[in-house]
Design a binder for this molecule. Structure first.
Ligand SMILES: [Mn+2]
Length: 234
């Protein structure tokens, strides 16, 4: 290897890996989310960065079972009820730099989950594509609308006045849905119309989101061979 080539390859190595202690960590593994072969609508994910490591499995047509561990107990609670209300299955283990704050962990979980949904759905033929749900939770009412449009955009309107609900930094609910919209390339609108309890606000939004997503992912037999877009691509 000439000195010139060596210099160049060292430069490239520095670009693709950063150092934590003495072990080089690749900034992003090449294939982080892999759809299952065959007709089962599910995907496995294993996404590792220097900030978060998130691994698991997502099933669209699941049985509502979950095994979730994020290091943030309230987020576990939200992902658990997301899974149950969506009729999905979810295994997810996340280790993040919570010593910095919860931002990277919450946002990256949103991204990975979105990527997993997109991978599990494959070519999207025969699905509703869009869905919405209005979810009451006692005194709170939340609305969520999802369009698996291929275009990422999230609008989140919460009226939470407190900084934390349980151990979750409440402003990060927005970052979760931003991440999901980006990962799934979907439009996500999540809005609390009214309510008193901050716990109910966030919970109602996650339940509404799960049920809206469930409708968007659901297959319509009449549309079985059709792509739900006039563009010919989603
Ligand atoms: Mn609750």
């Amino acid at each position: 290897m000439s000195a010139k080539t060596m210099k160049r390859s060292t430069k490239n190595a520095a670009r693709t890996s950063t150092r934590r202690g003495t072990t080089p960590v690749r900034a992003r593994a090449p294939k982080t989310v892999v759809p299952k072969a065959g007709s089962a609508r599910e995907a496995r994910f294993d996404r590792r960065t220097t900030e978060t490591q998130i691994a698991g499995r997502f099933v669209v047509d699941g049985d509502g079972t979950y095994q979730v561990s994020t290091g943030i107990r309230f987020l576990d609670h939200m992902l658990e009820l997301f899974t149950r209300h969506g009729g999905f299955s979810l295994q997810l283990t996340a280790t993040g730099d919570l010593d910095v704050d919860q931002h990277h962990t919450v946002e990256d979980i949103g991204i990975v989950l979105g990527e997993a949904v997109a991978a599990a759905l494959g070519d999207k033929k025969g699905i509703n594509r869009a869905g919405y749900f209005v979810m009451p939770m006692d005194e709170t009412l939340a609305v969520a609308a999802v369009d698996l449009s291929g275009r990422p955009h999230a609008v989140v309107k919460l009226k939470v006045a407190v900084e934390k609900v349980g151990d979750l930094q409440t402003e990060l609910v927005h970052d979760f849905f931003d991440g999901f919209a980006m990962g799934a390339r979907a439009n996500v609108h999540a809005i609390v119309l009214y309510g008193r309890s901050s716990h109910h606000h966030i919970e109602a939004v996650f339940k509404a989101f799960a049920r809206a997503l469930r409708v968007a992912c659901a297959k319509d037999a009449r549309l079985a061979k059709m792509l739900p877009s006039t563009k010919g691509l989603l």
